[in-house]
Design a protein around this ligand. Sequence first.
Ligand SMILES: Cc1cc2nc3c(=O)[nH]c(=O)nc-3n(C[C@H](O)[C@H](O)[C@H](O)COP(=O)(O)OP(=O)(O)OC[C@H]3O[C@@H](n4cnc5c(N)ncnc54)[C@H](O)[C@@H]3O)c2cc1C
Length: 283
Amino acid sequence: MSTGAAVANPWLAAPIEIAGVTPELAGVATYHMRFRDAKRHAQFRFRPGQFNMLYLPGVGEIAISLSGAGGLGGTWDHTIRVAGNVTRALADLGPGGSLGLRGPYGSWWPVEETAGADLVVVAGGIGLAPLRPVLDAWLAAPKRLGRCTLLYGGRTPDTLLYAKQHARWADAGVDVQTTVDRADVGWTGNVGVVPLLLDRIRPLVPKNTVLLVCGPEVMMRYAVLSGLARGLAKEQIWVSLERNMQCAVGLCGHCQLGPAFVCKDGPIFRYDKIEPYFDVEGL
Ligand SMILES: Cc1cc2nc3c(=O)[nH]c(=O)nc-3n(C[C@H](O)[C@H](O)[C@H](O)COP(=O)(O)OP(=O)(O)OC[C@H]3O[C@@H](n4cnc5c(N)ncnc54)[C@H](O)[C@@H]3O)c2cc1C
């Protein structure tokens, strides 16, 4: 399986199109993509946690994680929140819209590498998007991969992503636990920040557990602390870091974090490798 950029020239974007759009939340949608070139489309592979660079001519280029595959006749997915110029222009394109792609890039969640260990997936807000392929991988091989727990939090119930899929994941055997910072009248579930769910989950066998964490940085810090307090070693915890990036191939230095380039050495880091820089705000 090729997981590096499939084009020889790292600056060359390949033409892709938006095959369909699934609205998710206010300002958030999942875009189902395919290459214009059928052969290139058939060859495209990625691993959970990797990202693409999406290029809108005349507007800009952004890093976006892959959030799924296999929909709409073999498309792959990007779940995107409108944040500024490029994401707004992308939302305006709609189905049939054309753009460019470089990728996939970056490191991945260690799903295959830790096969047999119990997976505890901790996500906050749109941080569930880069983790959804982990759940898909688990659903494809639940026996081989050990138990899977999803601990997912949002600010309010209407900010929880992929809500319709939570029941499907639970039916397939994932222990799905959700929480919100602020409940509304219809919410009967947990209230509180997502690391609290990690403090409470039972059973948890520290030696045989891998923690995968993605969300706002403050939430990731507390989730890491909670994981360590539950007896996990630093080597069993993986975090996803986002930094503004431009080249995506470790040349320009925009996403440098200490000695690492987030685009090339990340965005998924084993915690012990990134610990000295993880707590430094704004680095
Ligand atoms: C590896 C990686 C994966 C990502 N995956 C996703 C994803 O799956 N879905 C998604 O919606 N977004 C994702 N992002 C963030 C996305 O790249 C930015 O939101 C996007 O660049 C905003 O572009 P824009 O031109 O629309 O907004 P801009 O006008 O560039 O920015 C709008 C606001 O967002 C801030 N911003 C821009 N880029 C980042 C960033 N990388 N981190 C934090 N703040 C930023 C800006 O400082 C500004 O405040 C990812 C970023 C990285 C580095």
